[in-house]
Design a protein around this ligand. Structure first.
Ligand code: MN
Length: 502
């Protein structure tokens, strides 16, 4: 085994658009695949597996959209061991194929219904056929981690002899332990260039990818956010940061990974787990008093690498575990000055909310600070009335706001009542169009259809961001109240006119 820091030129094959799309419930449109492919290319991924041409005409149109893009990455299609699949891939204009052939006896006999010998012959013929058509060819031995290693070697060795550009060790069902991956990849890499395709069923996807590289592989197959069948594929961003941080080995453009993660989460509908490495909401958030205090003294105190490295920012959250220094820092971020005694009182009340199991939002903190310092703030934007019509026709909302003592009324439509209401708020406040809704979350506090829901919005204006929550049994009302409060916070303490004359 090699020391990983001696490994150079590790390449990434991204299969978010193929294996990732095979995750339950995911279906990407041509436009969505094209958008993700462009970002993958911007992140310097070497190969993009764009889909499976054999799936149908819709998928072929989608793959063609990706091959039509002017991108640097090699674009491939997944192909089963059939000449027809290769022809369909060629129709999409791909640069190459990922030819999957059975490797374990379970797949050779049980799934494809052939014999070991015939399987080798077919594979050789298909590789020759694809090479005749000038395709880049990678041969994947499906279920390789459960295959007889001597046979895997024979099969993939024959593929290389027939002209394949590389072969792939596939841990199709996430069965391998690192020693098994090392054993297989060490033997295969004696034959030619080897890729590794790992799944996370045992929670070992990253470990097995790194073990494969140490054993001689030079390409990693993975997906953005680790989405994929069952427990998913290896997350490329995790392999990338582990190689960079641990061994100084560069792969993809790390500053791009967070935007990529959000794009894939939004288009696939698979949310990012808060505790996910690199791209999870909490990956650079510190709440505990000890950790916040330490982080304020030295950024690196409780972080392995700075968030900026992966295109992110550090966040200090207030809650049950908050410390005095963290509260002081949060107040400072909002330019609020308090005396030592006032800080003690703000701190005490923040802990009180935290002890009730709640997160303390910016709005909570600001309200407490105003209360404690007796600084009565006058609201500039207030909700006077809200009416929504949904069910049947186009969802419509009309809203009445009081802005600096003046009433403003607007009606808007939307994809649903919440969307319509938020559009109406924005229309009524045309002059503060420079506020942006950064994120929107809904939590049901209780089960049942009469549940009280809490809506949390994060809004920004210039370099200021505030989070506000509002609870109501009516989700539209909760959404609008949170948004109006956030806007009110963002325009507070400013002499300028909130709403431009129209
Ligand atoms: Mn797979």
């Amino acid at each position: 085994m090699e020391d990983l820091s001696d490994v150079d030129d590790v390449q990434f094959l991204d299969t978010t658009l193929r294996d990732g799309e095979q995750a339950p419930g995911v279906s990407l449109s041509p436009e969505e695949k094209a958008r993700i492919a462009r970002r993958l290319d911007a992140a310097d991924v070497d190969v993009i597996e764009a889909g499976s041409a054999c799936t149908g005409p819709g998928e072929r149109e989608t793959i063609s959209r990706v091959t039509d893009l002017d991108i640097d990455a090699t674009v491939t299609s997944f192909c089963r061991g059939l000449e027809r699949d290769i022809d369909l891939a060629l129709d999409c204009g791909v640069d190459g194929i990922n030819l999957v052939v059975p490797a374990s006896d379970r797949h050779v006999e049980g799934k494809v219904g052939t014999s070991r010998e015939e399987n080798v012959e077919t594979t050789v013929d298909l590789v020759e056929y694809a090479k005749e058509h000038d395709l880049w060819v990678e041969v994947i031995g499906e279920d390789g981690s459960r295959a007889d290693l001597d046979y895997l070697e024979e099969l993939l060795g024959a593929a290389l002899d027939a002209g394949a550009d590389r072969i792939c060790f596939a841990d199709t069902v996430g069965h391998a332990t690192p020693d098994r991956a090392v054993e297989a990849v060490s033997r295969l890499s004696e034959l030619g260039p080897v890729s590794t395709h790992t799944h996370d069923d045992l929670g070992l996807a990253v470990t097995n990818a790194l073990a494969s590289l140490a054993a001689g592989a030079d390409m990693v197959h993975g997906t953005v956010n680790g989405i994929g069948e069952r427990a998913g594929n290896v997350a490329l961003e995790e392999v990338a940061i582990a190689l960079d941080h641990g061994y100084g080995v560069e792969t993809m453009e790390l500053t791009e990974v967070y935007e990529l993660a959000k794009l894939v989460a939004n288009t696939t509908g698979i949310p990012l787990p808060p505790n996910k490495a690199v791209v999870g909401e909490n990956a650079f958030t510190h709440e505990s008093g000890i950790h916040t205090d330490g982080t304020l003294k030295d950024d690196a105190m409780y972080e392995p690498y700075p968030p900026e490295k992966v295109g992110r920012e550090r966040r200090l959250a207030l809650g049950k575990h908050a410390g005095r220094a963290g509260v002081a820092a949060a107040l400072d971020e909002h330019d609020i000055e308090v005396s030592e005694e006032e800080l003690d009182e703000v701190f005490r009340r923040v802990k009180e909310i935290g002890d009730r199991g709640k997160r303390v939002t910016d709005a909570d903190l600001l309200t407490i600070a105003e209360d404690v310092s007796g600084d009565d703030r006058e609201r500039r934007v207030e909700l006077a009335d809200l009416t929504t019509v949904a069910g049947g026709g186009t969802p419509t909302a009309s809203i009445r706001l009081t802005v600096d003592g003046e009433e403003r009324e607007e009606a808007e439509t939307g994809s649903g009542p919440v969307d319509a209401a938020l559009n109406a708020v924005q229309a009524a406040l045309g002059g503060v169009a420079d506020t942006h809704l950064e994120s929107y979350h809904v939590d049901a506090i209780t089960g049942g259809t009469d549940a009280v829901v809490t809506v949390e919005v994060e809004m920004s204006r210039g370099d200021r961001t505030v989070t506000v929550t509002a609870s109501d049994s009516d989700i539209t009302r909760a959404s609008v109240r949170a948004m109006v409060d956030a806007i009110d916070r963002l325009v507070a303490d400013e002499g300028e006119t909130v709403v431009a004359d129209d």
